[in-house]
Ligand binder design. Structure first.
Ligand code: ZN
Length: 563
């Protein structure tokens, strides 16, 4: 049903079209193209136009010829869910992707690419990491969805680099696609760059001593090549360009090395640059509170597409922006991976509230470094913000996808340190709920030790790694990930009784993921308890029917028991 306001808008558009006043009004095909550049792991304050240390003349050009948003935030400092929010205009709570490798975007989602494609726009995406593989559903609506394949090197290199495709390759693919497109129709092209993500290894010859800034500068150089291609093609002045990061990188601030676990500004604040094709608002610097969820409505508006009757969490930034706006954010990474309290919160033009078992309130105007927690001195404000956070849980949610995800892909995502719990229906607590679990902040002192231990394990220095995990468990005996890592090491060393005890804890009082039951079964089988092994592995198969290895092991066990 068409509501009153919407009916008036449609009538007005019809009138404009009837009078022949405007080429892109009403039911006509959109004429304008859009280019989305998503810069993985790129801190706003790395770019020169934000005062940073990387030479980024091409992204700076977007700031000079367009709008630079000074207060942009992601909704979750994790690659897959943040990109899902860009493409759907919904917060993670509503689109349902909460961690990398955990689920696919539901078919019922309407993505920007689907909206564009339905109106005759050509659509293409080139993503640079397996974290955004087509199995995770962001390919909805893209006629072409290029993602890293086997040619990206050995399994080990793929695991370490997220199956990374370098910026140069990404731009080659994008330019080749632009060259072959149908010039009678506009396009929506999304190019994802993964270079600034760890490990920081800029291409040889990149000037400067900081390898991270070198990666950002090298990415910018390739973006310049893409702009030159668009310019030579004549498409630049018909194309809206939006460059944004999915999250930043912490570099030790607040005790975090990379991103995902915490919700402080080094990982939540992102660059956001918007260049309109007609040079409107060139050089503007906006203090409006904006977010990755604004990508969908803003680019839809720029292309002349109607995103439908509301219901989005994002706003079209080409229209008036609500100055009272409050943006939702979350990280359930610590909850899913370590058994910490979930993190969720809101940020507005001044106040930032982070809910957990130890809530935090910051006045970003006077304390941008988030060093002075005001929860105790401003309890009423904190309570009000907590209440508004609870309101986000009332919004309508997409129903979860039951799409099966390839077992090898899940294993590669797990190797990157993410949950890879796809196919296991885990119910996550509501964002403003109370929690008795340790707050992520309280765990930061050993977080570094933890990451060091993972490095030692990957390097095959198992005893040293085990010693670090043991020390982690002395301070936080309930840490799921440390229990699992230690049990895995012990199993590999043939110390089966110790491994068995670890996996028993995970299945009896921990999160009990399918892979924990599977590992428990392998340990039981090694001790000769074949009946116990069969029960544990049958449970794993039931939880995750999409993993052929689990089903194979179960058949072998049944053959041994039956024979
Ligand atoms: Zn990312």
């Amino acid at each position: 049903m068409v509501g009153g306001k919407r009916a008036m808008e449609l009538a007005a558009a019809g009138l404009v079209a009837a009078l022949g006043l405007g080429a892109c009004a009403g039911g006509e095909s959109p004429r304008r193209s859009a280019l989305l550049l998503s810069l993985d792991t790129t801190r706003a304050d790395a770019l020169s136009c934000y005062g940073g240390g990387a030479a980024t003349p091409n992204l700076d050009r977007l700031a000079r010829e367009g709008i630079l948003f000074e207060r942009a935030h992601t909704v979750v400092p994790i690659t897959l869910p943040a990109h899902a929010s860009m493409l759907t205009g919904l917060i993670p709570l509503r689109h349902g992707l909460r961690d990398n490798g955990a689920a696919a975007l539901p078919e019922s989602a309407t993505t920007l690419a689907e909206l564009a494609q339905a109106r005759g726009v050509q659509t293409a995406a080139f993503v640079a990491s397996i974290v955004l593989a087509p199995a995770f559903g962001l390919d909805q609506g893209f006629e072409v969805y290029g993602s890293p394949g086997r040619e990206e090197g050995s399994d080990e290199a793929r695991a370490l680099h997220g199956g990374e495709r370098r910026a140069g390759k990404q731009v080659d693919l994008a330019l080749a696609w632009l060259e072959g497109r149908d010039r009678s129709r506009p396009f929506f092209l999304w190019v994802h760059f993964y270079d600034p993500h760890a490990p920081y290894d800029p291409p040889p010859g990149t000037e400067g001593s900081d390898p991270y800034l070198g990666e950002v500068a090298a990415m910018d150089r390739e973006i310049g090549r893409l702009f030159a291609g668009l310019e030579a093609d004549g498409a630049l002045d018909e194309t809206t360009i939006l460059a944004i990061a999915d999250h930043g990188e912490a570099f030790g601030e607040h005790g975090e090395r990379t991103h995902a676990a915490y919700c402080y500004e080094p990982t939540l604040a992102v660059p956001f640059l918007l260049r309109l094709p007609d040079g409107r608002r060139a050089g503007e610097r906006s203090r409006a509170v904006v977010s990755v969820v604004d990508v969908f409505p803003t680019l839809a508006g720029a292309m002349g597409l109607d995103p439908g009757p509301g219901g989005l969490d994002g706003s079209n930034l080409l229209g008036a922006i609500d100055t009272e706006r409050s943006i939702y954010f979350e990280s359930y990474y610590g909850y899913i991976t370590h058994g910490w309290s979930p993190l969720a919160g809101t940020v507005d033009a001044r106040w930032k509230y982070i809910h957990s078992s130890e809530p935090e309130l910051f006045d970003l105007d006077v304390d941008p470094a988030e060093e002075h927690n005001l929860v105790a001195s401003a309890p009423e404000r904190a309570a009000r913000l907590r209440e508004s956070l609870a309101g986000f849980d009332e919004l309508e949610k997409l129903s979860a996808s039951d799409a099966a995800i390839d077992a090898d892909l899940i294993a590669n995502i797990q190797a990157l340190g993410y949950s890879g719990m796809a196919g296991e229906n885990a119910v996550l607590p509501a964002p403003a709920k109370g929690s008795a679990l340790p707050s992520p902040r309280s765990q930061s002192s050993w977080f570094d030790a933890y990451e060091r231990a993972q490095g030692l394990r990957r390097a095959g220095r198992l005893d040293e790694a085990a010693a670090v995990f043991e020390s982690v468990l002395r301070t936080n005996p309930a840490d799921y990930q440390a229990i699992e890592e230690l049990a895995g090491i012990r199993y590999g060393q043939g110390r089966v009784a110790e491994a068995l005890a670890g996996f028993r804890r995970l299945t009896e009082s921990g999160p009990g993921r399918a892979r924990h039951f599977y590992s428990l079964g392998l340990c039981l089988s090694a001790t000769g308890d074949l009946e116990g092994a069969r029960a544990a592995i049958a449970h794993a198969v039931e939880m995750a029917p999409n993993r052929p290895a689990y089903a194979r092991t179960l058949r072998k066990l049944e053959a041994r028991l039956g024979g």
